[in-house]
Ligand binder design. Structure first.
Ligand code: 56B
Length: 393
């Protein structure tokens, strides 16, 4: 089974021997102080947890604030997991900006809203049968250049999205699962009876996130975010695990649904809405007792925020490549060192914050914080690394 330890240890191996990226102890300590000061501002932004997605400041006043209406809990869970499965496309940021003035994550979120409004439900069969044209339509991605009829560069992005979804649909079907919700059901067959109001969600009745993570990774190729890394000194190769999107899915399910018992009947739903306010009163399926064992969901934004805030030291040659927007190859040492060092640095940041005791976030909280930070005015134009060839982030 996948575990926090397996992910962290594989990244620590890279962080200990990387040729291009390392963690600065002084920078890390300085950033801990900054986080303590800035945390309250952040807490306000993500505490609104009944919105379908976390809404960064620049997205305010857009339709993302609207509540998506789902016919039932199964449909909502399937939409959330599918959304996280296709949180990719950072490497197309500039092409997307030029095409429709939106970045990768806004393109994905808007496309997910559009598909929902079009009545699409993310069942295994529906995903397996998706056509490239359908996907390109929802996400507003051109497949051809109008004037010449030649393939549009963004068609590759549309193909990546299509591949993620079809792969998941086929994987689920092969395992006899009708949808993502069936996987939840297979892992935690019956929602445990809710403990009395006011009881602690960390009680053993709450499920662990890791069996569900492991099962989803086994079924959906696009969740299996791992690469081989060769130690530059010993020349030994070993796998490095990041598991960005599947951990994001756990955090999203937790953020949205931990207060719900998902298979309850309509009349109970109203009760659940009331319970939901009392976050810890109704753990159901998604109040993962080990939510604080997730690592950050490492993409290209986190390494960038840590680099500009002095936590990551990046070699001048690699910094120059990043600033020149030169793409990195998926699985290249540079790409893996950036991601691995960011993941390890975040676990150290959270450990230090907890020791000092002023604020005590989970790594998932810190992830959301750093991702939202990438939208702040002073950071929006800072170049991040780009790996357009990956389907993992
Ligand atoms: N570490 C981390 N990375 C995240 C997200 C999200 C957003 N998550 C949504 C899902 C549910 C929530 O409610 C959020 O609304 C996107 N990304 C990644 O950023 C990358 C850059 O894209 P851009 O921002 O356009 O530049 C892209 O690879 C994208 O996959 C997150 O939360 N954490």
């Amino acid at each position: 089974m996948l575990s926090r330890e397996a992910i962290l240890e594989s990244c620590q191996r890279v962080a200990g021997c990387g040729a291009h990226v390392s963690i600065s102890d002084e920078g890390l300590e300085r950033f801990v102080g900054q986080l303590e000061t800035d945390w309250p501002k952040f807490a306000k932004q993500v505490s609104v947890d009944d919105t379908p997605v976390i809404v960064p400041e620049p997205w305010k006043d857009t339709k993302f604030q609207e509540r998506l209406i789902f016919s039932d809990e199964r449909t909502e869970v399937n939409w959330i997991v599918a959304h996280c499965l296709i949180e990719i496309g950072h490497g197309w940021r500039h092409q997307l900006q030029a095409h429709h003035n939106r970045g990768a994550s806004q393109t994905i979120t808007l496309g997910m809203f559009t598909s929902h409004q079009a009545g699409f439900t993310y069942t295994a069969r529906h995903m397996a049968d998706l056509t490239l044209e359908q996907v390109a339509g929802w996400f507003n991605l051109p497949l051809r250049v109008e004037a010449t009829g030649a393939a549009h560069p963004l068609a590759v992005f549309a193909e990546q999205l299509h591949r993620c979804l079809v792969g998941a649909g086929q994987g689920l079907l092969a395992a006899g699962m009708a949808d993502f919700f069936d996987v939840v059901d297979a892992v935690t067959p019956a929602a445990p009876a809710p403990p009395p109001v006011g009881a602690d969600a960390s009680a053993a009745t709450c499920p662990s996130a890791w069996p569900l993570i492991s099962r989803l990774v086994g079924l959906c190729p696009a969740f299996n975010d791992r690469e081989m890394y060769t130690d530059p000194k010993t020349h030994q190769a070993a796998p490095v695990l990041f598991m960005k999107k599947v951990q994001l899915a756990m955090a999203e399910l937790y953020r949205r649904l931990d207060g719900w018992v998902l298979d309850m009947k309509k009349v109970q739903l109203a009760m659940a809405q009331l319970y939901r306010r009392f976050r810890r009163s109704d753990p159901g399926r998604f109040a993962f007792r080990d939510i604080d064992s997730l690592t950050v969901f490492v993409d290209n934004v986190l390494p960038c925020m840590l680099r500009v805030n002095g936590v990551l030291r990046v070699s001048p040659a690699l910094t120059a490549r990043i600033e020149a927007r030169q793409p990195l190859d998926p699985g290249s040492p540079e790409e893996m060192e950036l991601r691995a060092c960011a993941l390890v640095a975040c676990s150290r940041l959270v450990a230090r914050l907890r020791e000092r005791g002023v604020v005590s976030p989970t790594e998932a909280d810190l992830d959301y914080y750093l991702w939202l930070m990438g939208k702040w005015d002073q950071y929006r134009d800072v170049e991040r690394h780009y790996t357009p060839g990956t389907i993992y982030y």
